[in-house]
Design a protein around this ligand. Structure first.
Ligand code: C2E
Ligand code: CA
Ligand code: CA
Length: 408
């Protein structure tokens, strides 16, 4: 476990030395104290981040806000203690913004950073000796750990499932699905851990971590074209500053927003509809796509389809299941759902495509894209290179199957 590190950014020399002494007693052995924002940033970058930053907004509130946003975006600290005075309302907005980016935030106010004060303030802060840049597991509090059960151990992993063009069977992108890998190698599915993350307010931390893993996996293959989609829950888009936080993340990852699509499920009425719409609009204006997920049998409804500016419609896999059961009603529903998507100008993606018969039917119906085990199951981001290298061979096999299809 690496030694605990902290950086103290305080204008007053007396405050700096009080904080350093207190932190030393709290077990931080790697300490630096500076009086300027620029030096603080340089120091944190050169150290690869610190566990804790103590930052004084009195130095220059606006510059301080910029500094904290950079620290959050670049994940240069697990937690930050903010001292000084702030106008009413600005503290909650600032702390919310930083928490959205996965940081733990503490408010010291005008108090000096004495041992007693810091001990009380940081009582539930568990700076881990692990790698910075993984705030999800590292910044968990005891409460979170209890709520998260097995999530206290193991780590979040991005799994990627290919999406293909129905006519050519070419892979054009991946949906990123969350997995939790336990220390013994067992892998948990979203149904087993999402509610714990939701309860402990860590859905955004998870999203940003998945984005980083997925973008880096494609970049490691020198790929700058394949698209990525991520799942969002309605409560996420109802948060102030959500779209701005996503925007900063995408900028930090240096990825073209037009390669990113967000998938939205659930039919429950939108929380804070105006705010949700504002966030979604901002993401769309940035160039990101927006998909309505599980359309047809899942959770998504016609009302949701009319509420938000979608670019894609994902047909629930149950609409495709059992192509050969001869029930004409299923085909009518599928055909009409496709027509609805097309008439609304949306790209239609069929989910759960498991066999060539289903693909043939989608080709006949003129569906744009498909996703399912026929093209590939979700796979760990670290295996994406092997998958992409095997794509031409898989395509040949698929074409051979397709060549056998009866003429219509
Ligand atoms: P979803 O977004 O509809 O994801 C597709 C689910 O169908 C995935 O299950 C995937 O493994 C499964 N699937 C893919 N192809 C096939 C197929 O050919 N046949 C069958 N039978 N199943 C297939 P998974 O990974 O267990 O995810 C379940 C749900 O959990 C997702 O449904 C999504 O709603 C949610 N989820 C997953 N990752 C995230 C995430 O990062 N954030 C949020 N908010 N939700 C997520
Ligand atoms: Ca999805
Ligand atoms: Ca789906």
């Amino acid at each position: 476990m690496s030694p605990l590190s902290a950086l103290v950014l305080q204008a007053s020399g007396l405050h700096r030395s009080t904080a350093v002494t207190a932190l030393h007693h709290l077990g931080y052995s790697f300490l630096s104290a500076v009086s300027s924002n620029a030096i603080a940033l340089d120091r944190m970058r050169s150290q690869g981040g610190v566990h804790l930053l103590i930052c004084d907004v009195r130095i220059d509130p606006v510059a301080c806000l910029e500094l904290l946003q950079t620290v959050a975006r670049e994940r240069l600290a697990h937690g930050v203690v903010v001292s000084g005075e702030m106008a009413p309302g600005t503290w909650s907005a600032l702390s919310h913004l930083l928490q959205l980016q996965g940081m733990r935030v503490f408010w010291l106010g005008n108090d000096a950073a004495t041992l007693e004060r810091l001990r009380a303030l940081l009582s539930d802060f568990q700076p881990s000796g692990g790698q910075l840049g993984l705030p999800l597991a590292e910044a968990a509090t005891d409460d979170d750990r209890e709520a998260a059960g097995p999530l206290a151990r193991g780590k979040l992993r991005a799994y990627l499932q290919p999406k293909a063009n129905v006519d050519t069977a070419q892979i054009y992108g991946f949906e990123v699905l969350a997995r939790w890998q336990l220390e013994d190698g067992a892998v948990l599915l979203p149904g087993e851990f999402l509610s714990a993350l939701r309860r402990s307010g860590r859905l955004d931390g998870m999203l940003f971590e998945l984005m980083t893993q997925a973008v880096e996996a494609l970049r490691a293959q020198g790929n700058n074209e394949l698209k990525l989609s991520f799942n969002l829950e309605p409560e996420q888009i109802a948060q102030t500053g959500f779209a701005a936080a996503v925007e900063r993340n995408l900028r930090g990852l240096d990825i073209d927003p037009r390669r990113i699509t967000f998938e939205l499920t659930e039919s429950s009425p939108l929380h804070a509809p105006a705010l949700s719409l504002e966030n979604v609009l901002r993401l769309r204006l940035l160039g990101c796509g927006l998909a309505i997920d599980d359309f047809g049998c899942g959770h998504s409804t016609l009302q949701r389809l009319m509420e938000l500016p979608f670019t894609e419609l994902k047909l629930d896999r149950h609409l495709l299941a059992d192509v050969n059961n001869g029930d004409p009603r299923r085909l009518i529903v599928l055909r009409n759902a496709l027509a609805l998507g097309r008439e609304l100008g949306l790209r239609v993606i069929a989910e759960g495509v498991e066999n060539a018969a289903q693909l043939r039917q989608l080709q006949q119906l003129g569906c744009d894209c498909a996703q399912g085990y026929l093209f590939g199951a979700p796979l760990d981001a670290s295996q994406i290179g092997t998958f992409l290298r095997g794509a031409p061979l898989r395509l040949q096999k698929l074409e051979a199957v397709q060549a056998l299809r009866p003429a219509n």
